[in-house]
Design a protein around this ligand. Structure first.
Ligand code: ADP
Length: 291
């Protein structure tokens, strides 16, 4: 199963170039689309969901152009936008039953079994009879996924699912996506590096409408091992002959400011080697790359 995004461009009427020659190959598993706000993530997701057309380029799903037969692709697609509506006073089980009918699952027995399955997958069985309008933000998002799963889509697109969730709900939600991604393509967008680091097999970093990197998070971290340094005195690094890229600053537990940097070789004796993190790769990529 393969989704190929080929040279997609999109400029809005306002003149904003939201997608600039985007190329991506996405296979089964969990794919993180990581980038700052305004990078073009939602535009790309809406385009893959066939809700808006690109100015140029094409998208192939298993070698078929998705824009040529939108209905066929939409039947295999589950899309969860950032805002997915205010729910009436119905319970999750009533709503899921209703959506299942809309999706053409007419047999009562089949519906019962599918609704029960998606409630289990999203850990909502216990709350199935509660009104969805009374759910917490995280539960509402899990309900959104339950709804998307009803017709067993092959491709699932979720726009910024973790925005506004507390850490426990965030990790619960991402684990559900991870579980369902064993036989599906699951693409989700985020501006949080932590969302991508542990769970995604693959990711792309997008900024100002362009893909700046497409790499497995594990490989990205491995590439930087031995090249990340911390020091309390950054000025001396300027004397280094090699390129040094300042990545971030933070305070250690004794209240001293530490500068974190990338360098192929140890910039100077005051720099200590530290373990690389995906965040380092992200900052480095956004700053224009590394060798
Ligand atoms: P992200 O999801 O990464 O935050 P978006 O795709 O929402 O990025 O936005 C990319 C750029 O396109 C931003 O500059 C945004 O203001 C602009 N944009 C998004 N949607 C529209 C629209 N419907 N009309 C005009 N500009 C838009």
């Amino acid at each position: 199963m393969q989704l190929s995004i080929l040279d997609i461009c999109k400029t809005y009427a306002s003149g904003v170039k939201a997608l600039d020659h985007v190329e991506l190959d996405i296979s089964v598993g969990m794919f993180g689309l990581l980038g700052p706000n305004g990078a073009g993530k939602s535009t790309l997701m809406r385009t893959i969901a066939t809700l808006q057309s690109p100015d140029s380029g094409s998208i192939l799903f298993n070698n078929s152009n998705i824009f040529k037969d939108k209905t066929n692709f939409r039947n295999q697609l589950g899309y969860l936008p950032q805002e997915f509506g205010v729910y009436p006073k119905d319970s999750a089980i009533q709503l899921l039953n209703y959506f299942a009918i809309l999706k053409g699952i007419t047999s009562r027995k089949e519906r019962k079994s599918i609704v029960s399955k998606v409630l289990t997958l999203t850990n909502l069985t216990e709350y199935a009879k509660k009104r969805v309008s009374s759910y917490s933000g995280g539960m509402k998002r899990r309900f959104g996924i339950a709804q998307v799963l009803l017709n067993d889509p092959k491709v699932i697109i979720v726009d910024e699912p973790t925005a506004g969730l507390d850490p426990a709900e965030r990790s619960r939600f991402l684990n559900i996506l991870r579980q369902i991604s064993t036989d599906k393509i699951v693409i989700f967008s985020t501006h949080l590096v932590e969302d991508v680091s542990d769970l995604c097999q693959d990711m792309a970093i997008i900024s100002k409408g362009s893909v700046h990197a497409k790499i497995a998070p594990k490989v990205a971290i491995k590439q930087l091992q031995g090249k990340i340094w911390e020091t309390a005195t950054p000025d001396t690094t300027k004397s280094s002959l090699k390129k040094v890229v300042e990545l971030s600053q933070h305070f250690n537990n004794t209240g001293h400011k530490l500068y974190r940097m990338y360098s192929e070789i140890r910039p100077n004796v005051k720099c200590a080697p530290v373990s690389a993190r995906l965040e380092d790769f992200y900052f480095l990529t956004l700053q224009g790359g590394h060798s």
